[in-house]
Write a protein that binds this ligand. Sequence first.
Ligand SMILES: [Zn+2]
Length: 219
Amino acid sequence: MFYKNEVPYIINHIPLSSRRPGLSRQPKTLTVHSTGNPRSTAQNERAWLVNPRNIRVASWHVAVDEKEAVEAIPLNEVAWHAGDGRQGEGNAYSIAVEICESGDRAKTLDNAARVIAALLREQGLTMADVVQHFNWNKKNCPRILRAGKLWNEFLAAAGSYYEGEAQGALEAAVALLVKEEVVRSPDYWLENAKPGKLVRGEFAAVLIISTANRLRGGE
Ligand SMILES: [Zn+2]
């Protein structure tokens, strides 16, 4: 079982079809949707994509519910979710995350925030790259997050997971370098090696030289 920020993450791609044209691209943004169905789970949404009764071409990459996330289309492929045309920036270059409207809403939103933070990191994207479906074609979507402060609260939650992931990765890396005797002042790096902070050139030089020496297998 895979996890993204502790949320079970199931990869179950649909076959190539009108909904999954198999067009490769590098994602530039991540689009948040909600399913518009108060009863369906992520697995229900995945099943609908291959249900013969479904005559719509619409598709998405990842659906998240109160329990888990399901990836139906690889993130580096086009999905039809933005309603902005075949060449539209939304369809062509955005990752579609569908938030389910069923079940425990708070748990679902927390799961979605966790998964989105992890996907952004993996794709080299930032919180500034997260948009609503509304952004592409003025559809009222994600309808469960567009009222009042809900959208900003959701972004704040995702942002805190996004930063937490970065800090966790830094802590793990610094711990390894301490063990390997490359870094001797871990507190300095944990405090200063992050966005918005500065590290001293002479310390960076020591780190680079120690790392090179370690790679050479020397002192
Ligand atoms: Zn939508």
